[in-house]
Design a protein around this ligand. Structure first.
Ligand SMILES: Cc1cc2nc3c(=O)[nH]c(=O)nc-3n(C[C@H](O)[C@H](O)[C@H](O)COP(=O)(O)OP(=O)(O)OC[C@H]3O[C@@H](n4cnc5c(N)ncnc54)[C@H](O)[C@@H]3O)c2cc1C
Length: 398
């Protein structure tokens, strides 16, 4: 290894890491070698995926290309998936190439930052919902979901479709509204839409007033709500916990994500459900040279939801602390906000806004969401981060 050069590995091109890369594009320490290990050449921005499902956005409008960001940051991209960490020898295992015959790489790091999100592991899903892995359309990886959704659209052009979204958190709610809108406006009429909650209430983590608004809207759109768990999925039907079955051509699985199983094989301190425990600096409580943010992490000092909003907000403090750790200066504590603005789209054109106990809805709320989402995309797009010719790496942003 080159003396004096430190290696920073960014695992995953999640919300916070695109910010870190954008900041490195402005200024990267000359003695810092940065590698991004992420399986796809773009980040599919989940906030805009319901708008894509509804037909309001094209796929490319929801994708942040990672390669240009990496180039501008003077970093390197390894198109692969991190599948292990040997914290003792400070190495990550990265698999590249096809899943059936991957090539393994071991990369040494001085510092490692994890922003790999939550996952829906097929083996684990099969244990709770047999048939899910082969018959359902999973919302994670979201890059794959976005590629497969057009097949559902094609089906809806041929015949009326029965579509069920399984999972009634914000993502599931937005997706069922979006699908209903897409089919009603442009595809075969006579399709049926169902939201399967898992047994609990729709949007159960939201204030009662927000829930009421969502339920009213679901009713007005003719979307059926089933407060049951989905226990199995087979070709053309889903099985419900009450014993009934539902004819379903397109089961969409939007159940909560979980931490990747391979983390349990590492020495990292994890929560009971496998998330990386981090302190006020977003630093692993067991391994100070490892940082973690977003849905794969769990702050031990404060509670906050696992959502894109919080993953985005963690970007600037993560960048500051990665640089401080590199320079050997004190890290800065980061306090996530207590409340966040939540905007739940009910199909493109209408959204429900909530902030703490306050809530309201209308077309204006959707325009607000559209504005925030587009601003996020624009901030991290290629052009802005390309250094002006013939600028040196690490020069000022254009
Ligand atoms: C349809 C939908 C709509 C949503 N809408 C909203 C919303 O409007 N507002 C909101 O706050 N939240 C929303 N969410 C939740 C939000 O998507 C997540 O909370 C957010 O994506 C978490 O961000 P992250 O940076 O932790 O991870 P992610 O955004 O999941 O990014 C992880 C990145 O790491 C890569 N990766 C994964 N595994 C590996 C690996 N092993 N090695 C290397 N790289 C890896 C992935 O390809 C991806 O680029 C929505 C979710 C869905 C499914």
């Amino acid at each position: 290894m080159q003396s004096g050069i430190k290696k920073l590995i960014l695992a995953g091109g999640g919300h916070a890491h695109v910010h870190v890369l954008s900041q490195l594009a402005e200024q990267r320490p000359a003695d810092l070698d940065v590698i991004l290990a992420s399986p796809y050449p773009w980040q599919t921005y989940s906030g805009m995926v319901p708008g894509f499902v509804a037909g309001r956005y094209e796929a490319h409008e929801c994708q942040i290309p990672l390669e240009p960001l990496v180039k501008a940051a003077g970093a390197r991209w390894l198109p692969g998936r991190v599948t292990g960490i040997d914290a003792q020898s400070q190495a990550v295992r990265v698999e590249t190439g096809p899943a059936h015959s991957p090539e393994e790489h071991a990369l040494y790091y001085d510092r490692l930052s994890l922003d790999i999100g939550g996952v829906m592991e097929r083996d684990r899903l099969e244990q709770t919902i047999p048939g899910a892995a082969s018959h359902a359309l999973l919302v994670r990886p979201i890059e794959v979901f976005a590629t497969l959704w057009p097949k559902v659209v094609e089906l809806g052009q041929e015949k009326p479709v029965s579509l069920a979204v399984i999972g009634a958190g914000a993502a599931g709610i937005e997706l069922v509204f979006a699908a209903e809108q897409r089919f009603r406006q442009t595809l075969h009429p006579g399709s049926r839409f169902t939201l399967v909650t898992g047994g609990g209430e729709v949007a159960e983590h939201y204030p009662a007033g927000v829930r009421k608004r969502i339920l009213r809207r679901l009713r007005s759109r003719g979307i059926t709500v089933l407060r049951e768990a989905c226990t199995a999925i087979s070709a053309g039907q889903i099985q419900l916990s009450g014993g009934a079955s539902l004819a379903c051509d397109a089961p969409v699985l939007a159940v909560p994500t979980h931490a990747p199983g391979w983390l349990r094989e590492t020495d990292l301190a994890l929560t009971d459900n496998g998330l990386v425990q981090v302190n006020e600096f977003q630093q692993s409580v067991s391994h100070p040279n490892i940082f973690a943010v977003g849905d794969v992490s769990h702050r031990v000092d404060v509670q906050h939801p696992r959502s894109g909003v919080f993953a985005v907000r963690a970007g600037p403090p993560l960048h500051q602390n990665l640089m401080a750790a590199h320079e050997g200066t004190p890290l800065k504590a980061y306090q996530p906000q207590k409340h966040s603005l939540n905007l739940i789209s009910c199909g493109a054109g209408h959204a429900i806004a909530s902030y703490g106990p306050f809530h309201a809805e209308g077309g204006w709320a959707w325009l607000w969401k559209d504005h925030i989402d587009r601003a996020f995309m624009e901030r991290y797009t290629l052009e802005k981060h390309l250094p002006p010719e013939p600028a040196e790496q690490g020069g000022e942003e254009s």
